[in-house]
Design a protein. Sequence first.
Length: 257
Amino acid sequence: MAKQAQDQPPRFQPVQTVRAYQRIVEQIEDALVRGDLSPGQRLPSERELVTQFAVSRSTVREALRVLESNGIVRSRPGDPNGPEILPFSQGPLRKQMTRLARVDELTLSELIAFRMIMDGAAIQLASRLRTDEQLAEMDETLVAMRAAIDVDFTAFSEADVAFHEAVARVSRNSLLQTCNEVVRGVVLSLISDKIAHATNSRALMLESLQHHAEVVEAIRTGNGHAAARLARQNLYDYYATYVPAPERDPLRALIDD
């Protein structure tokens, strides 16, 4: 068998042509990573970029369109000062994460598990870092959630989002906030209609409200471990029934500690 494997010629992958504009984008992004370019600086003018890269003006313009779409530069046609390097923001990260979560082959179970991990981490931080004012804000979101139950699921969901945003802000970690926001939005977009029209929708909302109140109380007392576990349990109870039974084990593992 080994001899046969050695006699077989290797299999190669098709070669993909890389367009010139992509190389321009890569060079500019690499310069940002190295620190050779920084926000507020300007790239050379279109004419100078054509000369430096030895390509056509249309190729340079295509590269600038990609960079602008990615939130890296602001380019104005004919601007003699050249495209401006924009301040770093989480907009492009949010865009890429949303695309990953929506388009790639991520299961609902994977997305919920990620939410359970990120939400638990944010709440554990909140139990240590919260101020009295921030606790009051969380209490206000609970009041809004309670009132929304008698309106509809959409209103309840909006109040729920406000709660999680308030907690995430307390974590003082913008990356954690972005990850939570993106994944929460994708999960809700996938199953919110099912929850809204479930026969036990009201019961689900009441149970979720109770869990949220328990989380806030654990945050208030500084019991981060209990608060995080309650948050993970809440997410499991709320979403697990929409996950195929064989895929629930990783979710249960996050609350069985």
